[in-house]
Design a protein around this ligand. Structure first.
Ligand code: PLP
Length: 477
């Protein structure tokens, strides 16, 4: 360091970035696959391997990198591993990694247009590119949040602000406590919807008891008749239905709610419709999957996470709203120190957070580097891999599919009890080459394989299939 009150010198930064670039490339270009997907580490071991107190004087970056190499890299769960097939497997792709580095160097806080003109406009442009790619109508305006949990919270806060059926309720100003004029507000989502809906109800003061979990059918899709009944019962009991969350690609099985029928009901009942397409929305880039999404163009808000299946490094969640002025009136609050005269979007007006990272850069760079056709090829390949595994499972006498496979996630079971399936999952994961996860469907323990990683190939699914059969034989013999 040239002086002890400043930053790394240019040369030192070059060396540090060179090391980081070399390490990242080594890791992604093969090194990651040499690790077990799940690190062999117990809670507390990572911390114990690092200094308990901070250094009084700065250390050479070489020493810091040495600890990264020795303690940190080997002890992450390797989400970029080709055998990572758990939860929703994702990829922090090369263009995204490069973009994150540049965004960190710029260190823009894009709260206002004037605090980051390029950051705001690239975010708006990239959101519009995705809108075009997935076929949402022009009226939808997108912006980026960290996660779908935040996007859904923001969308439902806008729904509560507009509060159809109770105009002028002005919850923003008057709050909800002790108001005789305001009935309990109710949210509707299927029994398969993500827990972020309940969390939003908790944060918004609706209360988790006021989330109706509507029954789903044999294919885990929300039953619109059950939804209509729930809404009618709440109205009859003096409660105020506020919004419906339809999920296109649920977390456990990736089932697809019948969003057109749900949109009909929302129109009839004057309810806000929020569509959670956090995972599966990316599949709408492929025209052949579009029919599964028919009706989402009638939503008030739609969430899609490019960090799930558009190969953008976490975090990146897009929220599209039909009425951006409504969103602004729910959230805009400009203190004296943040006023500006620009005729432009100020991202701080679109949600509860002020500071914003330059997330649009990685989305824009990934789309440019892969192209729309390139993204389609990758998504189709993942769906083909999943279909291939599903076919094998269906044909095998000891396995059964636990749900339809609309996209790239396969839910299955060993024909046997829950304990046998738990042991099967533990045996497969203990091998180290793959990581699968589980869920519970209609009370039964189920294994999940989610394909979404750019490094996963047919040979990996073949290897997994051999391992699954071997572990199943050991279980059944
Ligand atoms: N919605 C769905 C359908 C999901 O599957 C998930 C997470 O897997 C979420 C929302 C929450 O996503 P996030 O982690 O971005 O909040």
């Amino acid at each position: 360091m040239t002086e002890d009150i400043g930053d790394l010198s240019g040369d030192e930064l070059r060396r540090a970035l060179g090391w980081a670039a070399e390490r990242a490339a080594e890791y992604l270009d093969g090194g990651v696959a040499d690790y077990p997907v799940l690190p062999p580490v117990e809670p507390g071991e990572v911390r114990a391997a690092l200094a308990a107190s901070p250094p009084q004087e700065g250390e050479a970056m070489e020493a810091v990198f040495e600890d990264y190499r020795r303690v940190i890299e080997p002890n992450v769960t390797h989400w970029n591993h080709p055998g990572f097939l758990a939860y929703f497997s994702i990829t922090g792709s090369g263009p995204g990694v490069a973009a994150e580095t540049l965004a960190a160097a710029l260190n823009v806080n894009a709260m206002l247009w004037r605090t980051g003109p390029a950051a705001v406009e690239v975010e708006e442009l990239a959101c519009d590119w995705v809108r075009q790619m997935i076929g949402l109508p022009e009226g939808f305006r997108g912006h980026i949040n960290d996660t779908a949990s935040s996007s859904t919270l923001v969308a439902l806060a806008a729904a509560r602000h507009e509060l159809r059926g109770q105009p002028g309720a002005d919850v923003r100003r008057r709050g909800m406590a002790g108001r005789g004029d305001l009935p309990p507000l109710v949210l509707y989502a299927s029994d398969q919807a993500h827990s972020s809906v309940d969390k939003a109800a908790i944060v918004l003061g609706l209360g988790s008891d006021n989330v109706r979990r509507v029954a789903s059918d044999d294919a885990f899709r929300m039953d619109p008749a059950a939804l209509a009944t729930a809404v009618a019962e709440d109205r009859a009991a003096g409660r105020l239905p506020m919004a419906v969350v339809a999920t296109l690609g649920t977390t456990s099985t990736t089932s697809v709610d019948p969003v057109a029928e749900i949109a009909d009901l929302c129109e009839r009942e004057d309810l806000w419709l929020h569509v959670d397409a956090a995972y599966a929305g990316s599949a709408a880039v492929c025209p052949e999957y579009r029919q599964l999404f028919a009706g989402w163009e009638r939503a008030d808000s739609v969430v899609l996470n490019p960090h799930k299946w558009l190969f953008v490094p976490i975090d990146c969640s897009l929220l599209y709203v039909r009425d951006v002025d409504g969103l602004k009136s729910a959230f805009s609050l400009v203190p004296d120190y943040l006023t500006s005269e620009d005729e432009a979007t100020n991202l701080m007006d679109l949600g509860f957070q002020l500071g914003r990272r330059f997330r649009g850069l990685k989305l824009w760079m990934v789309i440019r580097a892969f192209g729309v056709e390139g993204i389609r090829r990758r998504i189709r390949y993942h769906c083909d891999l999943a279909r291939g595994l599903a076919d094998r499972l269906e044909e095998h006498p000891d396995f059964e599919l636990a749900a339809p496979v609309p996209f790239s996630t396969v839910c299955f079971r060993l024909k046997g009890d829950d304990e046998a399936n738990r042991r099967l999952l533990a045996a497969v994961n203990a091998d180290g080459r793959f990581l699968l996860s589980h869920t519970v469907l209609r009370g039964r323990y189920v294994l999940r394989v989610a394909v979404g990683n750019l490094r996963t190939r047919e040979e990996h699914l073949d290897g997994l299939w051999r391992l699954l059969q071997r572990c199943a034989e050991e279980e059944t013999s």
